[in-house]
Design a protein around this ligand. Structure first.
Ligand SMILES: NC(=O)c1ccc[n+]([C@@H]2O[C@H](COP(=O)([O-])OP(=O)(O)OC[C@H]3O[C@@H](n4cnc5c(N)ncnc54)[C@H](OP(=O)(O)O)[C@@H]3O)[C@@H](O)[C@H]2O)c1
Length: 298
């Protein structure tokens, strides 16, 4: 069996990856996260691996000698990164640097995941892998720094930029469903556009790419685009909720928030251009992916 180290395995993507490899006869996951808590998934044990610790990462990768490392670990709290800057750089930039160094030293492939927030969102057309990033938040800047380290230190790598991710964990979909339990009306931003992407769809693309030598940078999001308000309406429609969604502008929404709110790209729709140019792999439409997700979680 080929071993795959999954970092951040208790996060949304980590869980989806593990699920897909569960029945594999060719690959087995070596599950790691910042703490060694036994995962909620039946039977899966987790080793503690802090990706910000270069010595620990080198020792672990040297011991396991994996075929590949899939980095699902990240500091994903976009607002939190604005005030937790050093930690954001440690996890989102130094972490992938460490994994890249270890992957090269121990001849493992590296799959790294990045974000649409590397773009400033000023384009009205979807971004391809050939567009120049210009992040407008700490989260985006730290993730871009992580991409650059991977390109610098890893030899056989894939970087997949995804967006608006939801899976088994804390996410926008669950937050909105939670709000619908206590509110007749919710107020949601309607002028930020992107492509909601299920962790399952992203995991499928990762599993498709990993055995290949089709290395490099990819965009990986569900097809189509929407805004947060319309996305919420679709979630409520699928869940049979009668909660009304009132649309507000980002400006209005930000004005009414307490605490630091990170600037968001207004139009961070990604085109999966490299996947389409080099593979036959297609992501599902965002509507189909959210419908599949709601079936599982209703
Ligand atoms: N969520 C989104 O909307 C979104 C959008 C675009 C791109 N992405 C990217 O997609 C990837 C997966 O995101 P996700 O939503 O699955 O993330 P997630 O659910 O937040 O999971 C991240 C995991 O990494 C762990 N972690 C944090 N610091 C660590 C460290 N130093 N060493 C090892 N593990 C650590 C976290 O543990 P704790 O929970 O204990 O901190 C958590 O289990 C990330 O690269 C993210 O940047 C996400």
């Amino acid at each position: 069996m080929k071993k795959i180290i999954v970092t951040g395995c208790n996060g949304q993507l980590g869980r989806a990856i593990r699920k897909l490899y569960d029945d594999s006869r060719e690959y087995t996951c070596v599950n790691t996260d910042i703490s060694a808590d036994v995962s909620a998934d039946a039977g899966a044990s987790v080793s503690a691996l802090d990706i910000t610790d270069i010595d620990a990462v080198n020792a672990f990768v040297g011991e396991v000698k994996p075929y590949a490392i899939i980095n699902c670990a990240a500091h994903t709290n976009v607002n939190g990164c604005e005030t937790d800057v050093d930690n954001a750089y440690r996890i989102n930039a130094i972490g992938p640097r460490n994994l890249s160094i270890a992957a090269t030293r121990h001849q493992a492939k590296l799959m790294h995941v990045s974000t649409d927030y590397v773009f400033d969102g000023s384009s009205v057309t979807p971004y391809t892998e050939f567009d120049t990033p210009a992040p407008n938040s700490v989260y985006g800047r730290t993730k871009l720094a992580g991409e650059r380290f991977v390109k610098e230190f890893a030899r056989e790598y894939f970087i997949i930029r995804t967006a608006w991710l939801y899976g088994d964990g804390k996410n926008f979909v669950r937050t909105m469903l939670g709000l619908s339990e206590t509110h007749d009306k919710v107020t949601v931003v309607g002028d930020q556009y992107g492509s909601p992407t299920s962790a399952e769809e992203l995991a499928k693309a990762i599993v498709h790419l990993l055995p290949t030598d089709n290395f490099g940078l990819f965009h990986g999001t569900c097809e189509g685009a929407t805004n947060w308000a319309d996305f919420t309406r679709e979630i409520y429609r699928l869940a049979g909720k009668s909660t009304t969604v009132e649309t507000v502008s980002t400006e209005e929404y930000t004005k009414n928030q307490t605490g630091v709110v990170a600037p968001r790209p207004m139009h961070s729709v990604l085109e999966n251009y490299m996947l389409k140019l080099t593979t036959s792999h297609m992501f599902a439409d965002w509507e189909a992916a959210i419908a599949a997700y709601m079936k599982d979680y209703r």
